[in-house]
Design a binder for this molecule. Sequence first.
Ligand code: ADP
Ligand code: MG
Length: 362
Amino acid sequence: MAVAGASGAPGTPEGASVEFRGVTRAYGSTRALDGFDLAVEPGQLLALLGPSGCGKTTALRMLAGFDRPTSGEVLVDGRDVTRLPAHRRGMGMVFQSYSLFPTMSALDNVAYGLRVRGTGRAERHRRAGELLELVGLAEHTAKHPHQLSGGQQQRVALARALAVSPRVLLLDEPLSALDAKVREQLREEIRRIQLETGLTTVFVTHDQEEALSTADRVAVVRAGRLEQCAAPEELYERPATPFVAQFVGTMNRLPATAEAGGRVRVGAQSLPVDGPSGAAGERVTVLVRPEAVVLQPDPAGTGVVALSTFRGASTRLRVALDDAPTGPELIVDTAPHLAASTPLGARVSWRLLDRPVLLDRA
Ligand code: ADP
Ligand code: MG
């Protein structure tokens, strides 16, 4: 179907901008959101990423209009919608649980929102049929939810959210109940449809891989506050805080000692610190990516390769370390052809690539 088909007139920009300004939502003494700031550009897919309980669903509910902030504002296209009721905000929403009407066919589920708005039967069925085709369910329009798999039900839910031509699409962990294979397929599908429709989309997930692989920008949320919002590559390469560094991708934590001149000593190496460093002599912890550790076969080394996992483009090694202060193990990613020289059981020494390290200040 046409690119503009899911939303609005052809040729017009489909996406609205979205902004949270200092949004706080208190439940008694709990602050689900605590001065939450975030801006989403028109047409972007933004992933809201964070651990369970950090406020992701609360943020989405504020945007949808299902709940009101205790303080702060929510803006859509620069207009303050904080006090606008949900049905006047033009949001399409998909939840984690399938939440379809069990007694209605897929077609009627998708057409439901249009029926409520008074769209005629022929027109709403035509549009629902188009949307079911868009989500790959052209053959299943007459089926009821219990006759559809979990993945298919979420496709129907997605078509239903798109049917009302929303200005913003909100997805609250839509894939978490599905198995890995279906999850990956459907997230690619969501991205394809989002790009086709140009809909501004906020996609909530606690899965960093899902966020990094699907989104234009990823907003990491911690305890009701925005920790960092950046493109996936930037978030991974230049995490603004130790929390982001630990939450996105894998990090080794290694004990080190701060030195003068913005450097730290890790084992026998002296490395520059990315960001503020400690006072000379202070004991600190550095965060190091698996791909920033280099192994060397060494009979006098302090580590033993305990596990080797081939991952196609790279091999991940787990190295058990004898020197207690360094902690129990080091995770190392290496090119598969290099991993051959450090097989399972091999004794190794390790060093870090000479590049700036992050300090864990948590
Ligand atoms: P997430 O979606 O990131 O897992 P939520 O936004 O659902 O987190 O919840 C954030 C915090 O607010 C949690 O501590 C949760 O227990 C609390 N919370 C959410 N909704 C309510 C509510 N209706 N009443 C009381 N506490 C709530
Ligand atoms: Mg949630």
